[in-house]
Design a protein around this ligand. Structure first.
Ligand SMILES: Nc1ncnc2c1ncn2[C@@H]1O[C@H](COP(=O)(O)OP(=O)(O)OP(=O)(O)O)[C@@H](O)[C@H]1O
Ligand SMILES: [Mg+2]
Length: 475
């Protein structure tokens, strides 16, 4: 016998260290609209469709037609599975169910045998209680349900709509079942809401504790385990043609970052933005563009060489082909190989800096435009702020945005809005065509598209670390 029953929700299986213990009875507790029905159906659908584990969904309130209809949004054809005798959606009253469960060879026994049922969802326990006034009777009822489910070796989810008041019965149910999963919906940023899942108990199983965020998307429930810093990155050879390299971001941008536009990327020191920027820059390179990189104090050319290599881009090749330039504000030693590509600007006054860059790079950009070669510009504005001050940045950035637009190039400029202050930040935001923001809140990093040339915005998306290119996923 299987010791684990995979739930079909990848992230949930991860925090359960493999899945639910087979034949266990687990309570799924949550307020209306938290996704209990979807979770239950996803569990049954995965079992029937992929795990050779057939299932029964018992509902007291919703008609099967409504459920078929709702689940079609996730691409789950429940009716087809019913025709193949892999799934049953049954609508009956709690009284009938209880009666039939207790009856040897009753309807319940027959149903289970008929399809060789391994998984069951009962939606919901609340209605079981409704008809029973007596506490002792309530308890014996829940007890016998659990025992019958166990007798049939069914891995069971008992859905329970929680009220704000924790009653004695609820405490008792929590005690009787093998596990409790709690779903909550909280407010975040006043207009967006955050869904979290917590496993409150699970007998005989080590679990990843705490609240884990989940989203409901077109595949159903997607749960992102908290604290998923992935240390070992795998270099994947596969080439992508996606402009930012980040599929969800491309969707919000209607395909990617358009030529002729400049984006500001507001980051704070705690957030890890290097995969996001590396994905954007290397996607441009893989699409054939050349790059100008203004480095930050924290990042060396060797860091970039390593980071790019994760995305299948060889910085050395770019140097050989004269497809990359660096602007260096810190006079750090560069390996000999890179010498010709580095523009040292540390000792230049503000005016000299502007003219020097202009004289050196404008002809290259102009020639690129003539030849049909595009340059992509990546600036760490924090470097220019600390070297030359805010006022210089405002003026310089405005000119750069105009120039980039006139050459049909594109730019992403990193900037810590908290450090430069609200007034400069809002000026920069207005000047450019698009704004990305990333920040850390609790155990999660978020990303949001706050302005785009297409006029789109995204909600705050969770940044999930993944093992393969682009090493992050926005959920
Ligand atoms: N196709 C979809 N895409 C994204 N979100 C969806 C989709 N369908 C439903 N939802 C979200 O899921 C929620 C409903 O899920 P579900 O019916 O599973 O909740 P529930 O906890 O069973 O609610 P109730 O207690 O009312 O039965 C909706 O409030 C909606 O926010
Ligand atoms: Mg429901």
């Amino acid at each position: 016998m299987n010791r684990y029953t995979r739930t079909g929700i990848e992230g949930l299986d991860a925090i359960l260290n493999g899945g639910l213990p087979s034949s266990s009875t687990v309570l799924v507790n949550g307020a209306p609209g938290t996704g209990k029905t979807i979770l239950g159906m996803q569990f049954l659908y995965d079992g029937a469709q992929n795990q050779n584990e057939n299932g029964i969904y018992i509902t007291f309130e919703q008609f099967p037609d409504q459920i078929y209809e709702d689940m079609r949004a996730f691409g789950w054809d429940i009716k087809a599975l019913e025709r193949e005798n892999k799934l049953r959606v049954v609508c009956m009253s709690p009284e009938t169910l209880l009666e039939q469960m207790k009856l040897p060879n009753g309807l319940f026994d027959q149903l289970v045998k008929e399809i060789n049922c391994k998984r069951i969802v009962i939606d919901s326990l609340n209605l079981f209680y409704l008809g029973i006034d007596d506490i002792v009777k309530k308890r014996s009822t829940i007890y016998s349900i659990r025992n019958i489910l166990r007798k049939h070796s069914l891995t069971s989810l008992l859905i329970h709509e929680n009220s704000t008041v924790v009653s004695e019965e609820e405490t008792f149910v929590n005690y009787v079942v093998d596990g409790v999963i709690k779903l909550t919906l909280q407010e975040q940023n006043s207009i967006y809401r955050k869904r979290t899942l917590e496993v409150l108990k699970l007998r005989g199983r080590k679990i990843k504790e705490g609240e884990h965020i989940y989203r409901i998307n077109e595949q159903g429930i997607h749960l992102i385990p908290a604290l998923t810093m992935i240390e070992d990155k795998v270099v994947v050879e596969e080439r992508t043609n996606i402009t930012t390299g980040i599929p969800v971001l491309d969707q919000y941008l209607s395909g990617g970052i358009p030529n002729g536009t400049s984006f500001i990327f507001d980051t704070n020191s705690k957030a890890n933005y290097s995969y996001i920027t590396a994905s954007i820059v290397t996607s441009r390179i893989l699409a054939g563009e050349k790059v100008l990189l203004l480095l930050s104090s924290l990042v060396t050319v060797l860091d970039i060489e390593h980071l790019f290599s994760l995305y299948g881009v060889s910085l050395k090749e770019l140097v050989k082909d004269k497809k990359v330039y660096f602007i260096e504000h810190y006079d750090r030693p560069f390996p000999e190989f890179y010498k010709d590509t580095v523009i040292h600007v540390k000792d230049l006054s503000d005016d000299e800096f502007k003219h020097f860059i202009k004289d050196k790079l404008d002809p290259i950009f102009a020639k690129g435009t003539e030849d049909g070669d595009k340059w992509f510009v990546y600036y760490d504005l924090n470097t220019i702020v600390s070297a030359r001050g805010k006022d210089f940045v405002k003026e310089y950035f405005t000119e750069e945005v105009a120039k980039i637009s006139s050459y049909g190039m594109s730019m992403v400029a990193l900037c810590n809005f908290t450090e430069i202050g609200a007034e400069t930040a809002s000026f920069l935001e207005r000047t450019c065509n698009g704004v990305f923001q990333t920040w850390v809140d609790g155990n999660y990093q978020y990303f949001q598209l706050k302005k785009s040339p297409q006029g789109n915005m995204s909600p705050p998306l969770v940044v999930e670390n993944i093992q393969s290119k682009p090493f992050i996923r926005l959920v």
